[in-house]
Design a binder for this molecule. Structure first.
Ligand SMILES: [Zn+2]
Length: 427
């Protein structure tokens, strides 16, 4: 059942009182637009697990895990905020007459369409049908549907918020966003973008609130704490291995910048980050290479480093890992050499959003192996979402008349805080 607001102008099909599964429909001024097409992981995890897997999109629709076909009846376009599955969903199921707008098609094709599209599970439906129209979002300019894409910082790159300038309503849809990026310079700040657009108020802000929680939270660290931790670790440990979500280009760039300061070279041991290597290649030619042992493909213009070189001069390297891929190499080395002794090395497992995705790696298992090889294993969670202490700032920037909290377990709390913010800001 959809949550209906503003005399039917706004319908929320997913993401109301839950984290993930965003699907927001705006219908006014003679047009219908859909924002995000997410998978509702909270429902998915209740009905599937182990060998009980989805029979296909139709079953998932019937259980309310992905949006129903009627959501798209008469819609002009679907705007995807970023490539996380709780927003992008199964694009194969979107009817052909609906234009699909994504932040950057080229990157979607090199990442999620490539990784999931070739899967032999239900994840293959993440990829749109070949004849569906997939367009790039128009940044900081109004497109033919009255929508402006605003680039934002998030743990999946690229990410957009959208502003819809309709006949009766101006609406800000946040997607997922944070205000303190791990790396400056990759994404314009929201404040700068809004200034450029000359927008200092909206009627409705449909705003994510992931980090507002009802329970006691294992709170995510800030970008500043992360940088400080890394600077220390890079000066103290031998080899430093860090896992990065393969969509998180901002984090990738931050780790490269920090390694550069400490004079270390970066070796990427994850095929899924090949696109990121290409993305930053021009800026960091000398310092990024791929670990020869985990790459089946040879990319043009990319340097390779062998594990032997890394282990020989471990204090000189930061290795960016997908735990399973790195373990594959180390485990073979162990059988071959009898022992791999990495005592004095550090493995940092970053766990971006535990509640919003399918876990492909058993972290406990990976940690066990890494510590067997001698790594100290730490877990750090740097959130892709703004912290509650940034909330007043966001309200000041957007100056909305009304707030619709989404992608949160505690919308009621956000509404109360919104009233406080309005009082404090005197608006
Ligand atoms: Zn996200």
């Amino acid at each position: 059942m959809a949550k209906v607001l503003y005399e039917g102008k706004l319908k929320i099909y997913g993401g109301w009182k839950e984290i993930g599964g965003n699907c927001v429909v705006v219908e006014e001024g003679g047009r219908k637009l859909v924002f995000d097409n997410g998978i509702r992981f909270q429902v998915l995890k209740r009905v599937y697990g182990g060998r009980v897997t989805p029979l296909g999109p139709r079953e998932m629709q019937s259980l309310g895990i992905i949006p129903d076909a009627k959501v798209y009846e008469g819609a002009e376009a679907l705007y995807i905020s970023h490539g996380h599955l709780d927003h992008v969903g199964l694009l194969y199921e979107v009817p052909n007459d609906v234009k699909i707008v994504v932040p950057r098609r080229r990157i979607f094709e090199a990442t999620i369409f490539e990784w999931y599209g070739n899967s032999n599970t239900w994840l293959s439906y993440v990829k749109p049908k070949i004849y569906a129209e997939v367009a790039d979002a128009v940044e900081l300019k109004e497109d033919e549907h009255g929508v402006i894409a605003v680039p934002v910082s998030h743990s999946a790159y690229p990410a957009c918020a959208y502003i819809y300038q309709g006949r009766d309503i101006t609406l800000f849809y946040s997607g997922d966003l944070r205000l303190e990026p791990p790396s400056l310079g990759l994404v314009k700040s929201l404040e700068e973008s809004l200034q450029k657009l000359g927008i200092d108020r909206v009627d409705v802000a449909v705003l994510e609130g992931t980090n507002f929680s009802r329970g006691v939270e294992n709170f995510p660290i800030t970008a500043g704490v992360f940088r400080e931790f890394m600077v220390n670790a890079l000066s103290q440990f031998d080899l430093v291995a860090i896992s990065i979500d393969p969509l998180d280009l901002e984090m990738f760039q931050a780790v490269i910048e920090l390694s550069k300061i400490s004079g270390r070279e970066i070796v990427v041991a994850s095929e899924r980050l090949l696109w990121a290597v290409e993305e930053v290649a021009e800026r960091f030619t000398q310092t990024v290479s791929l670990l020869g042992e985990v790459s089946a493909v040879t990319a043009v213009g990319v340097k390779y480093t062998s594990l032997e070189e890394v282990l020989y001069d471990r204090g000189n390297y930061v290795i960016i890992i997908e735990p399973v891929a790195l373990l594959g190499v180390l485990r073979k080395l162990r059988l071959w050499k009898g022992e791999v002794d990495l005592v004095g090395s550090l493995a940092v497992l970053t766990d971006p959003e535990p509640r919003e995705a399918v876990k492909e790696v058993e972290e406990e298992v990976a940690a066990k192996w890494l510590s067997m090889f001698g790594f100290q294993v730490y877990r750090l969670r740097l959130s892709g979402h703004y912290h509650p202490q940034n909330f007043f700032d966001l309200i000041r920037l957007l100056n909305p008349k009304e707030l619709v909290p989404i992608h949160t377990e505690d919308p009621a709390y956000m509404i109360k805080l919104f009233r406080k913010a309005k009082e404090r800001l005197g608006s």
